[in-house]
Design a protein around this ligand. Structure first.
Ligand code: BV8
Length: 237
């Protein structure tokens, strides 16, 4: 079957070989922290200095890491694909953005950061998003509103992921769903495979090892993303 409309979901595993740490270590901590202490609105209200520092540290890392062969393989696919590709990333790094800037995609491509973007900040009074490549102070004044403050433009646990309507619509009309480098631990992203399957799409998981959602996929290919992803896409084109 020739495929036309792809939805590709990526998670921390696609950035691992670029040196960006994944989240879940065996100790159950999340980058060395409890989720409740650094990645919820309650944590930010309770201890904004700790949360801002957590994201400042990760934002400062970004110039030291670079897209890897898996990001590049996706960019080359997007440049040559004649149908639609919606790339939905759970990652807040800018590695996909940089790969697609270097290898411009075709007209049918779009990228959605469903969990936000480390290089952006959002005004707590207006909800307006702005570019913010530097550190955020604990009480960073907002340029958009005198009473507003700036927080990381990150979807925390308990908050609604971004552009869910567009994602759900693309899943309902895709004929191939590919999940790359994600543990299937976080919802609603972990449920996308079922939406795609209900639409009749072929579903494929490319991961270091079988994820929690392995049984939901038609097919799985396992190994480092920089090997498995280029190989899969060369078969696809
Ligand atoms: C919401 C931004 C509702 C922060 C993130 C149903 C059941 C149970 C719980 C829930 C549920 N529905 C909702 C929840 C609650 C919660 C949730 O899912 N909790 C989990 C912990 C159980 N979900 C939410 O709160 C979501 N919001 O549902 O809102 C709602 C409804 C109405 C109104 C309002 C709200 C919001 C979730 C978003 C949280 N924010 N990120 C930040 O980054 O700082 S999630 C964060 O964790 C990441 O963005 C990422 O998405 C996720 C980590 O997952 P992965 O990317 O998969 O990374 P992980 O380390 O887990 O796995 C890496 C994988 O890569 C592994 O499989 C590994 O094998 C593989 N790998 C490693 N190396 C390589 C590799 N693969 C290939 N090559 C390699 N080299």
């Amino acid at each position: 079957m020739t495929h036309r409309n792809l939805v590709i979901l990526t998670g921390a595993g696609i950035s691992a070989e670029s040196g960006v740490p994944t989240f879940r270590a065996d100790d159950g901590l999340w980058l060395g922290h409890r989720i409740e202490d650094v990645a919820t609105p309650e944590a930010f209200a309770r201890d904004p200095a700790r949360v801002q520092a957590f994201y400042n540290d990760r934002r400062r890392q970004l110039p030291t890491v670079h897209p890897n062969a898996a990001h590049q393989a996706l960019a080359e696919l997007a440049a040559r694909w004649h149908g639609k590709i919606l790339l939905v990333t759970q990652n807040v790094d800018d590695l996909h953005d940089r790969a697609h800037a270097a290898t411009p995609p075709g007209p049918g491509f779009d990228l959605i950061h469903m969990h936000g973007d480390l290089l952006k900040a959002v005004c707590t009074a207006t909800g307006r998003v702005c570019d913010w490549p530097g550190d955020l102070a604990t009480d960073e004044a907002s340029p958009h509103h005198p009473a507003g403050r700036l927080r990381p433009h990150i979807v925390w646990f308990g908050e609604m992921p971004l552009q869910m309507d567009r994602i759900e619509a693309a899943l309902a009309h895709c004929d191939l769903f590919i999940s790359i480098g994600t543990s299937g631990a976080v919802w609603p992203a972990a449920g996308f495979v079922e939406t795609a399957a209900r639409a009749g799409a072929r579903t494929v998981e490319l991961n270091l090892e079988p994820s929690l959602g392995r049984s939901r996929f038609d097919e799985g290919r396992y190994g480092p993303a920089t090997e498995v992803v280029p190989g899969f896409f060369s078969d696809l084109i």
